[in-house]
Write a protein that binds this ligand. Structure first.
Ligand code: C2E
Ligand code: MG
Ligand code: MG
Length: 681
């Protein structure tokens, strides 16, 4: 790994700092030493000259008193022999020059000041040394010796050079000696830095540093190691959270996707394909609803264990959703191993699960795909097992289906239809057709069922059985439902206003629509707006409404609808999770028997008996019975015999637009009771 090269590392900084400090110290010390030495020499020199001056002063004292200039000169002549003194002058008590002698006569230019400072020493060539001439304790004059001090300057520079050289050598040795020390300090820091950079790059937190030092760097390394172990621990916890399901301990969806990708990338050796299976617990919500969530959780944990125990050679078993488990198995590309794994796991659930003292029977359905044969990448695989799983669910509990390409076509078609459906209302492509409901006792038409029709500009009429589920999935059912409710109520009111027999209209409402907030309020407002009395509207609901919902919550909404005077019909009875508990506890006014029971019932004795039982049961629960899908005379006659209250089917009339259905009604009602069957002919 390339460690970033620092422009100015700690080592270099210390080097620069030490060198700068040493050079500055050397310069200061040398300067100070040389200066001190120079001023000392100057003082010594002045003292020596001063001594000489006193000797001359006492020698000339008598001559000065008496003004004997000649004698003074004689004394001064020996000044020449004093080294450094270049001239000597004698002044009388009034300051007048009496005599002067020496190499240069510069005496009158110099005042009497003698203690040379450093600056003076560096700039002046000479200094004056003056002493008083005293006779019998009385000052009588002054003697001034001019002294050459140029030697002091050259001595200063020499000293400076020597001291500087010596200091520089000492400093160089010092700097050299500091290098190992500096290394010793910076090495642990460098190691630490490089480890940190490595961790930053690779995100590997299992690095542990060693340090022999017991100083701050040692403490730093120790702190670093403990920090790493903290991070490792947190990292592991995070990994667990991010990649494992806390309830079952199985890998989660992200983990599964990652593993599947890795397996796909590395398909080698004994097998060249993978089977990916999605297991889904059938009607899992019933365990939660009936036994509570803690039992629901226990069911999930048990199911996870059973799948894992029976997964054989599986690469991974994961929990990928609420009640969804996914398995990767090695396959030879034919699907045989995957099929065997599914069969093994599904059959393991033939045995009941025992949770606390409960014996629970459950089944799991499976959707599978073979990779890369049918699903080339991970996201395709997930989509495909979902589609296959849905197809399996449609077949019934405990079933398994492999993904096939046509399932994908259905999804594509649904996506396209979903997009087209968005503009269907605004483009006036939706219509309502009305199918008459024939009342057996009065031989009249008792009401209509409003059925939605979508006239697609290219595809023609699209069946509501096809587009209603798409509208539900795409979140369009609310607006479409509102539209048909409004349209049907408006039409029913228009028929009443036209003076005909008041006939209620039945509107289909899907669970997704009914459970949207404000549904009941909207129905109330619709009745108000259109002026249709509540009892002229019937709401048809299917048993799928109860899926995953508690009886009490469904009951609450149904009661609210009832409070508007609206009647309630349970549609397609017999096709869903029919439960007598629902029937006896929910306030339905009508039961609509699904056409699969009516179809051919007059020629199939068992079906006829089922039909009879349903009608008897509904009547005993005070519900009216509407038989759906009566197509021929035999079925109509049978339904009359079995005491059904109303018949709705092509044998009576097909759904038609409002404009024509009134004529159909008039035609049916003009027939005598016994003639109804001929309608079907
Ligand atoms: P459904 O509520 O059970 O409606 C009865 C269906 O049976 C209608 O199909 C009707 O045309 C058809 N049918 C009636 N008599 C016969 C017969 O004798 N033989 C046969 N083979 N079929 C008969 P349609 O109109 O295709 O509607 C299918 C389903 O779509 C409806 O079943 C209903 O569940 C749903 N649907 C229709 N309109 C709406 C709507 O406005 N909202 C909602 N949420 N669902 C709707
Ligand atoms: Mg219906
Ligand atoms: Mg129906």
């Amino acid at each position: 790994m390339q460690i970033k090269v620092l422009k100015m590392g700690v080592g270099r900084r210390i080097g620069v700092l030490v060198s700068t400090a040493v050079i500055a110290t050397v310069l200061c010390v040398s300067g100070l030493l040389a200066t001190y030495q120079a001023t000392q020499s100057a003082a010594q020199k002045r003292d020596a000259i001063e001594g000489t001056a006193y000797v001359f002063a006492s020698a000339v004292a008598d001559h000065v008193e008496y003004g004997q200039v000649h004698d003074i000169r004689t004394v001064l002549r020996s000044v020449d022999r004093v080294p450094g003194v270049i001239s000597a002058s004698v002044y009388d008590g009034k300051g007048s020059l009496l005599a002067t002698l020496g190499q240069r006569a510069i005496l009158k230019t110099r005042a009497v000041s003698s203690d040379p400072g450093f600056w003076e020493m560096m700039t002046a060539a000479t200094i004056p040394v003056s002493v008083g001439i005293v006779k019998s304790g009385q000052p009588v004059g002054t003697l001034v010796l001019i002294t050459d001090i140029s030697d002091l300057r050259s001595r200063f520079f020499k000293t400076l050079a020597v001291v500087l050289a010596a200091s520089l050598i000492a400093a160089a040795v010092g700097v050299l000696l500091s290098v190992p020390l500096q290394r010793r300090i910076t090495q642990p820091i460098r190691k630490l830095t490089s480890s940190m950079m490595q961790i930053k790059e690779n995100r590997e937190y299992d690095t542990n540093l060693r340090s022999e030092n017991e100083d701050e760097t040692g403490i730093m390394v120790e702190a670093f190691n403990s920090l790493m172990s903290d991070i490792r621990f947190r990292d592991q916890s995070l990994q667990k959270l991010a990649y494992f399901d806390p309830l079952t301990g199985l890998p989660n969806r992200t983990n599964f996707q990652r593993t599947l990708q890795q397996q796909l990338d590395g398909l080698t050796g004994g097998y060249d394909s993978l089977g990916v299976i999605l297991f889904n617990i059938d009607a899992f919500h019933t365990f939660n609803d009936a036994l509570g969530h803690s039992i629901g959780d226990a069911v999930l944990m048990n199911v996870a264990a059973v799948i894992k125990d029976n997964a054989g050679q599986a690469v991974m078993v994961a929990r990928v959703g609420g009640d969804e488990f996914a398995v990767i198995v090695p396959d030879n590309g034919t699907g045989a191993q995957t099929e065997a794994a599914i069969a093994r796991i599904q059959s393991a659930f033939y045995k009941a699960l025992v949770i606390l003292d409960l014996e629970l029977h459950l089944s799991i359905s499976a959707g599978a795909t073979i990779m890369p044969r049918d699903s080339r990448n991970v996201s395709d695989a997930f989509r495909h097992i979902d589609l296959a799983g849905n197809a399996a669910k449609r077949l019934g509990p405990g079933r398994a289906t492999f993904f096939t390409a046509d399932m994908d076509d259905v999804v594509k078609r649904d996506t396209e239809l979903g997009q087209a459906l968005r503009s269907a209302i605004s483009s006036n492509e939706l219509e309502v057709h009305y199918q008459p409901q024939y009342d057996v006792r009065s031989s009249r038409i008792a009401g209509f069922e409003a059925l939605l029709r979508w006239k697609h500009p290219q595809l023609g009429y699209v069946s509501p059985g096809l587009f209603i589920p798409i509208a539900e999935k795409g979140g369009l059912i609310g607006s479409i439902g509102d539209w048909i409710m409004e349209e049907s109520c408006r039409q029913a009111k228009a028929w009443i206003d036209a003076g005909g027999t008041p006939r209620p209209v039945a509107v289909n409402v899907s669970p997704a629509q009914m459970l949207q907030s404000g549904f009941v309020r909207k129905v109330g407002q619709c009745l108000e707006r259109t002026g249709l009395p509540g009892n002229m509207l019937c709401v048809e609901l299917t048993e799928s409404l109860f899926l995953g919902r508690s009886l009490s919550s469904v009951r609450a909404i149904l009661d609210e609808i009832h409070a508007l005077g609206v009647t309630l019909a349970l549609d397609d009875f017999g096709t869903g999770f029919s439960s007598l508990a629902y029937l006896s506890q929910l306030p339905f006014d009508k039961l609509k028997i699904d056409r699969s029971f009516v179809n051919g019932a007059h020629t199939a004795p068992r079906r006829r008996e089922i039909l009879r039982s349903i009608i008897v049961m509904a009547h005993s629960l005070k519900m009216e019975v509407v038989a759906e899908g009566a197509e021929d005379a035999g079925e109509i006659e049978l339904l009359k015999d079995l005491n059904a209250d109303q018949i709705q089917g092509f044998g009576i009339a097909r759904p038609e637009p409002a404009a024509t259905v009134t004529k159909t009604v008039a035609r049916i009602e003009s027939l005598r009771a016994g003639q109804t069957a001929s309608l079907a002919g």
